[in-house]
Design a protein around this ligand. Structure first.
Ligand code: PRP
Ligand code: URA
Ligand code: MG
Length: 210
């Protein structure tokens, strides 16, 4: 498994405001959206393209276009929805599947409550969106599901990752074609399984406590 923590002053600046407890929900949503677009630039570095030629007003020019089958973007509900527009802005032709997952607050085990994905993902590149990689249970389950359906490779785009979660993913997905792109790797998990220093509950900060 490859992990990339994007080292860029604009990413660090936006992440700092995102973490701030005084940042309100509309600002949090805007910043999450902007951050994803910056991360998506790195996350899609290996997106498959084919060579094409276009006619400019003057002559022919060699270029590329995204290859079929189209990439699949999969936000993990709820919090991953806050990253969808930022990702599809960069990959407008991608298709979108959905996974609803919730982590039990006591056991910290992830449960799947909704799946809307193509049955056959043979040859597809997948981009999973979830702001928080904490214990890694949610992303491990989501990634396995996509690989079982034939996905060629899976890139998880997250805003924050805990070292414990990255280690767990590495163990669960040894040798699998998986990459994690994150804005930062934080220090640790606390006793409740929250990322420290983190940004709190991403879903609640995006959409409120429901
Ligand atoms: O790495 P893990 O330990 O599995 O934890 C991370 C998961 O927890 C959060 O979702 P949550 O369960 O709070 O659901 P929500 O998005 O509906 O708020 C977060 O968005 C991840 O999906
Ligand atoms: O720190 C954390 C851990 C899991 N889920 C969150 O939203 N935040
Ligand atoms: Mg939540």
């Amino acid at each position: 498994m490859q992990t990339l923590a994007v080292d860029h002053p604009l990413v660090a600046h936006k992440l700092t405001t995102l973490r701030d407890v005084n940042t309100d929900s509309p600002t949090f949503r805007r910043l999450a959206d902007e951050l994803v677009t910056l991360l998506a630039y790195e996350a899609t570095r290996d997106v498959r393209v084919t060579d094409v030629t276009v006619r400019t007003p003057l002559t022919d020019a060699d270029g590329v276009q995204l290859t079929s089958p189209k990439p699949l973007v999969v936000p993990i509900l709820r919090a991953g929805l806050g990253m969808l527009d930022g990702m599809t802005r960069l990959l407008p032709t991608a298709e979108v599947g959905f996974l609803g997952m919730i982590r039990n607050e006591d056991s910290l085990q992830a449960q799947t409550y909704a799946t809307r994905l193509p049955d056959d993902l043979s040859g597809r590149q997948c981009y999973v969106l979830d702001p928080m990689l904490a214990t890694g249970g949610t992303l491990a389950a989501a990634t396995k599901l996509l690989l079982e359906r034939g996905a060629t490779d899976v890139t998880a785009v997250v805003l924050l990752a805990a070292p414990e979660g990255l280690k767990h993913l590495e163990q669960e997905l040894t040798g699998a074609p998986v990459r994690v792109v994150t804005a930062a790797i934080d220090s640790r998990l606390n006793e409740q399984g929250f990322i420290m220093p983190g940004l709190g509950d991403a879903g609640d900060r995006l959409y409120g406590v429901v």
